[in-house]
Design a protein around this ligand. Structure first.
Ligand SMILES: Nc1ncnc2c1ncn2[C@@H]1O[C@H](COP(=O)(O)OP(=O)(O)OP(=O)(O)O)[C@@H](O)[C@H]1O
Ligand SMILES: [Mg+2]
Length: 527
């Protein structure tokens, strides 16, 4: 495609290279009782990549949204190319050449991929182009990113990873001179992430400024020029990336050192009973002859590439997809699971990969989200029951460390990572026998991730069986007692104990010989 454009938005005086493209002076922003940003001052030179890190709820997304015209500051000044600016809408920011790839996807599910990519593009040069030339631009963007997105498919039918790619294409199509990327790689594969980094570097070479928010600290350090740490809405420091290390960043983010980065793995007792027993699951064209057990206290991980069938196994066990053949037993009892409701009643819980469309009622409170699916268990609606409910919800949300509002706070006001924790709490509320986790720590910060890992370990040690799907190989290595590797809808490898190693898992997943391929993260499954 036509590379990012070097000139700023129309009519804007372009600052010389090295001068601040965007500058915040004493910016504060409050949402009700939550002080999201406090007196933040920051200057970002044009044509640089600027990293933004911090715990869940630190204010990263709020800062990005302020710059992109989604929010307005309560006090302080925003300068773009030295001009004091006060955008009232994202459209106004876009007219100035600024756009955002939001953490929570903002696509219109009813529209096609093509339509979403050029949605709102009237504000940029694209508005002057015909449909046919837009289509050519779409194809060029697809080639440039290697995403291979289908133009005519309804966006709502795509999995999360695919939708995230549509967001990325849209930002590129807008040819902005300033792009805020809020956790853009959260659901991309290693190869796709690499491709994105290449694109971001090309954008920089073209003079585009990129603000990059991520919880993958190594990724940030490898990509950005400068990095800012936020904590509780305050700017802790901004440094050239050469001055930072992952450990230093973590310490600044959390205000303390992280003693270990790994939860101590639990031990599966000798002779632990089989909790989940899956035999011969098959679904034409998707799964073939899947058989495995998960014992009490055991964490079994499913590894594999896109389309390998990992999520499909989880969905089958949870009753979300129909099967052609196969049996599922829980604690020795054969289950007739036709829908998720049956699975929940049998004692199975699943934390799905997407918080927004699969798990949470965004406009309801934390307490409602956590307890609503379990109302049957809370007998009566009396004051006593209500109080007990609050106590139980309080205990579980404290355990997973939900922050950013009391129990009656609406979920929509929580930061992305804290929403993920509420989802977690909801499914742990009634200690299930089998816990299925699909990307359980996507979008949560390093401290909270360790907390969730410790929680999984402690749940397993009480005898819960856990089936884990994760694109982060570190997570699999940290938690799994056993790893089943899937390829083409079958289980093609099994590793246990000391045999669990990154290289071995990846070779099995890719069907390559050792040494052929190196990769940091395994690939997530879409939909
Ligand atoms: N629309 C909103 N309504 C109410 N409170 C909000 C809203 N948006 C953000 N907040 C609050 O502002 C604070 C900062 O949230 P923000 O989303 O900026 O965090 P973040 O650093 O992006 O976190 P994460 O890593 O979890 O995405 C939090 O306390 C959050 O609850
Ligand atoms: Mg955020």
């Amino acid at each position: 495609m036509d590379g990012g454009r070097a000139e700023a938005g129309r009519g804007a005086a372009v600052s010389p290279p090295g001068a601040p493209h965007v500058e915040l002076r004493g910016i504060s922003k409050r949402f009700g009782g939550a002080q999201a940003l406090i007196d933040v001052s920051l200057a970002i030179p044009r044509g640089t990549i600027h990293g933004l890190v911090g715990e869940n709820g630190a204010g990263k997304s709020t800062l990005g949204k302020l710059i992109a015209g989604v929010h307005r500051a309560d006090s302080g000044e925003l300068l773009v190319d030295g001009r004091p600016t006060r955008y009232r809408t994202p459209r106004e920011a876009l007219e100035d050449g600024t756009t955002i790839i939001a953490q929570e996807l903002s696509l219109v599910p009813q529209l096609s991929v093509f339509q979403n990519v050029f949605l709102g593009a009237e504000a940029s040069r694209a508005g002057l182009l015909s449909d046919r030339s837009l289509r050519r631009r779409f194809d060029a963007l697809n080639r440039r990113t290697g995403f291979e997105l289908p133009a005519e498919v309804r966006t709502g039918r795509l999995g999360i990873a695919e939708q995230q790619k549509v967001e990325l294409l849209r930002a590129l199509a807008r040819e902005a001179s300033l792009i805020v990327m809020d956790e853009p790689t959260a659901s991309l594969t290693t190869d796709e992430s690499e491709k994105l980094f290449e694109i971001v570097r090309t954008l920089r070479a073209d003079g585009v400024t990129v603000i990059y928010v991520s919880h993958f600290l190594e990724e940030v350090l490898a990509l950005v020029d400068n990095v800012t740490v936020l904590k509780d809405g305050r700017l802790i420091r901004t440094s050239p990336v050469a001055d930072e290390t992952p450990a230093r960043l973590v310490e600044a983010m959390l205000g303390r050192q992280l003693a270990s980065t790994r939860a101590a793995r639990s031990v599966v007792p000798e002779g632990a009973a089989v909790v989940l027993s899956v035999r011969d699951l098959s679904r034409e064209g998707v799964l073939e002859g899947i058989s495995f057990d998960v014992r009490a206290g055991e964490v079994v991980a499913l590894a594999g590439l896109i389309g390998s069938g990992r999520s499909e196994v989880a969905r089958a066990v949870f009753g979300a997809d129909r099967l052609d053949t196969g049996t599922i037993e829980l604690d020795g009892e054969r289950l007739a699971i036709r829908r998720p409701h049956d699975a929940v009643r049998a004692g199975i819980a699943m934390v799905p990969e997407s918080r927004k469309d699969q798990g949470l009622l965004m406009r309801r409170s934390i307490v409602e989200n956590v307890s609503l699916p379990h109302l049957g268990a809370l007998s009566g609606a009396g004051v006593v029951a209500r109080r007990r409910e609050l106590r139980q919800v309080g205990a579980i949300t404290a355990k997973v460390d939900v922050r950013g509002g009391g129990l009656s706070a609406r979920v929509t006001g929580l930061s992305g990572g804290n929403q993920q924790k509420v989802l977690f709490a909801k499914w742990l509320f009634r200690s299930p026998r089998l816990l299925i986790l699909d990307e359980p720590t996507r979008g949560v910060d390093v401290g909270a991730k360790l907390g969730i890992h410790e929680l999984v370990v402690s749940l397993a040690s009480t005898g819960m069986a856990v089936l884990l799907i994760s694109s982060e190989i570190e997570e699999v290595l940290a938690l799994a007692h056993r790893v089943l590797v899937m390829r083409g809808g079958r289980i093609v490898g099994e590793f246990e104990g000391d045999a669990i190693a990154e290289e071995a898992i990846l070779h099995a997943a890719f069907a390559t010989a050792p040494g052929e391929r190196e990769s940091r993260r395994a690939e997530p499954v879409t939909g």
